[in-house]
Design a protein around this ligand. Structure first.
Ligand code: HEC
Ligand code: HEC
Ligand code: HEC
Ligand code: HEC
Length: 135
């Protein structure tokens, strides 16, 4: 009985070590760095709306509005995007908006988030009421 419990505990401990996560010191490095090693994923990303999220703001001249930037850029207010000139690699919803800051990863799978918590999408997609029920 006690032995089974200990084994379960060890397995749990091993699993928690395996969960990929960058440290708190990880920094945003911009999409060009990710593209260097993940050109296939990058070309897929370019085809969906996330790639043009910043253009949506530019089109309506809201690309400096701090109320819009958290969801239409990457890491705004969290050490990421500041403005289009200083941080061009963090315009739009780039890789690090979902996978987290990537400065420690460099190919090390334990230093990047793969299995995203559900809160990542919900953080920007507050309204999941796609059928507009109740509006
Ligand atoms: C940093 C904010 C942010 C995060 C995080 C985010 N999105 Fe988005 N998403 C947006 C914005 C802004 C748009 C609008 C882009 C457009 O219409 O071109 C969008 C558009 C989309 C679209 C429409 C795509 C298209 O081609 O028109 C889908 C589907 C989507 N998001 C799903 C997701 C899912 C699933 C996740 C989590 C895995 C996620 N998003 C995470 C901000 C975000
Ligand atoms: C809480 C996150 C969030 C904030 C803040 C936000 N957006 Fe968005 N925006 C989204 C998401 C998600 C989408 C795509 C899905 C949708 O249309 O609901 C989107 C879509 C858009 C679109 C294209 C679709 C449309 O409705 O025309 C425009 C334009 C846009 N946003 C402009 C803005 C502007 C301007 C601001 C600031 C005043 C802003 N957004 C603030 C998340 C956000
Ligand atoms: C809107 C959120 C979002 C964005 C933006 C995004 N990803 Fe992902 N990514 C995911 C999700 C969700 C998965 C699926 C995880 C799984 O399959 O277990 C994933 C899986 C992956 C994987 C592992 C599986 C595979 O297909 O090889 C890699 C590598 C990856 N993403 C790299 C990137 C890169 C590089 C970018 C930028 C060019 C990017 N992602 C942009 C959400 C995102
Ligand atoms: C120097 C090359 C390199 C760079 C730069 C790089 N990656 Fe990776 N990435 C890899 C390799 C190689 C793997 C596969 C590791 C493995 O399977 O052991 C990987 C795996 C991943 C995975 C999947 C992890 C998993 O558990 O399977 C994600 C997500 C990812 N990268 C995202 C990114 C993002 C986001 C960026 C930019 C911030 C980025 N990568 C930059 C080489 C790179």
């Amino acid at each position: 009985m006690r032995r089974a419990f200990l084994v379960a505990l060890l397995i749990a401990a091993a699993c928690s070590v395996m969960i990929a996560a960058p440290s708190e010191n990880a920094k945003y490095i911009g999409i060009d760095k990710c593209k260097m090693c993940h050109s296939d994923v990058h070309s897929g990303w370019q085809k969906v709306g996330h790639a043009r999220a910043f253009d949506l703001l530019t089109n309506v001249e809201q690309d400096k509005n701090p109320e819009c930037l958290p969801c239409h850029t990457t890491g705004y207010g969290k050490g990421g995007f500041t403005d289009a000139e200083a941080t061009p690699g963090l315009k739009a919803v780039t890789c690090e908006a979902c996978h987290g800051p990537g400065s420690e990863h460099n190919g090390d799978a334990t230093k990047i988030v793969r299995d995203l918590p559900a809160t990542v999408c919900a953080g920007c997609h507050l309204k999941l009421n796609i059928h507009n029920i109740g509006e």
